[in-house]
Design a protein around this ligand. Sequence first.
Ligand code: TYD
Length: 145
Amino acid sequence: MNSDSHRHSHIDDCRIIDINTFEHANGRLTVMENLATSPINIKRVYYLYDLPAGAERGGHSHIVTREFVIPLAGSFDVVVDDGRRTKRVSLNNPSRGLLLPAGIWRTLDNFSSGSICLVLASEKYDESDYVREYEDFKQLTAEKR
Ligand code: TYD
């Protein structure tokens, strides 16, 4: 398994990014257009919704895929882990997203009722890009310099 991303991943690279937003008396409009205003080259879009109380999602890292996570509705937390340190990031504003580089273990929890989590991904779905066992993740990140 190519572990380069896990050797170099760092929670400080999990950045909150403001998305271009137009304020209007009749509501707000937020837009990402190609690479100019999107932090990743989007190949896939998916969203989590109908999340029951106490739901926990994620629980994996990716070898190559980078993701940009946006709280389209409601709020939730993303706990990011680079194998050395963890931090909890709360998302509750649809005009601000969290960029997740490859090689970061992520867990999503604390979903508010009716919340919707939009995820923009840099790669198509590929199960072989997942690290799903935390022990494997720890081994890959143990090689960090
Ligand atoms: P998974 O990535 O484990 O979900 P989460 O991280 O949100 O808990 O995916 C759940 C299921 O959905 C799993 O069977 C794989 C499938 N899936 C796809 O087929 N395509 C996709 O783009 C994603 C994200 C998941």
